[in-house]
Design a protein around this ligand. Structure first.
Ligand SMILES: C[S@@+](CC[C@H](N)C(=O)[O-])C[C@H]1O[C@@H](n2cnc3c(N)ncnc32)[C@H](O)[C@@H]1O
Length: 285
C-alpha cells in the first residue's frame, strides 16, 4: 500500500488500473516508477482531495480533464531549440521548394502543426527555419504555425517566449540577433517570430480539429504512445494533413509498415512522410 494523503491508501492493483486509464485518455504508456506516480497523484490531490483511491479512479475514468491535469506532473517534456536538425533541413531544402511550386496563389498560405510542442523551442525553431528560406513578413507567404501540447503549463512558458541564456548553445549564432532580444539573463523571442506561432492546448489521444496543415511535426511523441493509441494517432495526423502534406517525425523514428498510408521520401539521411493523395493527383490517377 502507498499513502497518497491522510486516510487515502492506494494499492498496486489500483496503480495498474490508473496506468491503463491514463493510457486510454492521454495515449502515453507511462514508464514512471510507483514512487513517481504516487508523488504525482499526491500533488494533484493537494488541490482536489478525494476520500478514497476508488473514488479517485472513478474521477479519472470519467474525466479527460482530470487525466490531463495529472499529465502535467507525469509527462516528459524534453526539448531544445533545433533538436531535430535533419528534419528542419528537409523542410528548408526539400519540402518548402516543393510547396512553393505547388502553390501558385499569392500570398501562399502555409500552415504547420507542431504537435507535442512542449515549451515552444520546437515551433520557434520551425519558424526560424521557414523564415530563413521564404519571406515571412513581406507578404509573399502567409505562414501560420499552430503549436499544441496537452500540458498547459508548458504552453504558458512557450507563449511567454522567454528562455535562459543556456538556450544559446543550441541556436545557430547567425539566428540569435534577428529573432531574439536579450532581456537581462534571458532571451526573448522577437515579435516577427512570436507572431507566426499560435499556441493551443490539444490532447493528441482525442480527436480535435484545428483545420488542415501542409506540414505536421510530431517529434518524440509517437514512441511514448502505446501501440494501439499510436496507430490511431498516425491515422489522425494523416487526416489533419492537406493532400500532399508532409509528416515530420524525430530523426530516429520511423512509421511502421502497417501505418503506411504515407509515401516515405528519404534524402540526406532523413525520411519525411508525404500524404499520398497529392502523388495520385499529380500523376493524374
Ligand atoms: C519529449 S517531449 C518532445 C517535445 C518536442 N516535440 C521535441 O521533440 O523537442 C513530448 C511532448 O509530448 C507531449 N505529449 C505527450 N502526450 C501528449 C498528448 N496525448 N497530447 C498532446 N501532447 C502530448 C508532452 O507533454 C511533451 O511536451
Amino acid at each position: 500500500m502507498h499513502k497518497l494523503q491522510a486516510n487515502v491508501d492506494v494499492g498496486e492493483q489500483e496503480l495498474s488500473e490508473l496506468r491503463l486509464i491514463l493510457e486510454r485518455q492521454i495515449g502515453v504508456l507511462l514508464d514512471t516508477t510507483t514512487e513517481e506516480l504516487t508523488q504525482a497523484l499526491s500533488e494533484e490531490l493537494g488541490s482536489q482531495p478525494v476520500a478514497s483511491a476508488g473514488l479517485l479512479l472513478e474521477r479519472l475514468r470519467s474525466s479527460d480533464v482530470e487525466c490531463e491535469h495529472l499529465a502535467e506532473h507525469l509527462l516528459d517534456g524534453e526539448t531544445r531549440f533545433f533538436r531535430h536538425p535533419l528534419a528542419l533541413q528537409s523542410l528548408a531544402s526539400q519540402v518548402l521548394p516543393e510547396l512553393e511550386k505547388r502553390k501558385p496563389e499569392h500570398p501562399r498560405s502555409f500552415r504547420i502543426l507542431s504537435a507535442g510542442c512542449s515549451t515552444g523551442e520546437e515551433p520557434y525553431s520551425i519558424g526560424m527555419s521557414v523564415c530563413e528560406v521564404v519571406n515571412c513578413s513581406g507578404g509573399g507567404w502567409n505562414v501560420n504555425i499552430v503549436a499544441s501540447d496537452i500540458r498547459r503549463r508548458a504552453l504558458e512558458i512557450a507563449e511567454r517566449g522567454l528562455y535562459p541564456q543556456s538556450a544559446l548553445e543550441h541556436i545557430p549564432a547567425h539566428l540569435v540577433q534577428p529573432y531574439f532580444a536579450k532581456v537581462g539573463e534571458h532571451l526573448l523571442v522577437k515579435p516577427r517570430l512570436r507572431n507566426l506561432v499560435r499556441f493551443s492546448p490539444m490532447n493528441l489521444a482525442k480527436p480535435s480539429f484545428l483545420g488542415q496543415f501542409d506540414c505536421i511535426f510530431c517529434m518524440d511523441v509517437l514512441p511514448r504512445f502505446s501501440t494501439a493509441q499510436r496507430t490511431t494517432l498516425v491515422q489522425r495526423l494523416h487526416l489533419y494533413l492537406e493532400p500532399g502534406g508532409y509528416l515530420f517525425l524525430g530523426q530516429k523514428e520511423k512509421l511502421l509498415a502497417s501505418e503506411m498510408k504515407f509515401q516515405p521520401l528519404t534524402r540526406d539521411g532523413y525520411t519525411v512522410y508525404q500524404k499520398a493523395a497529392a502523388l495520385a493527383a499529380r500523376s493524374g490517377r
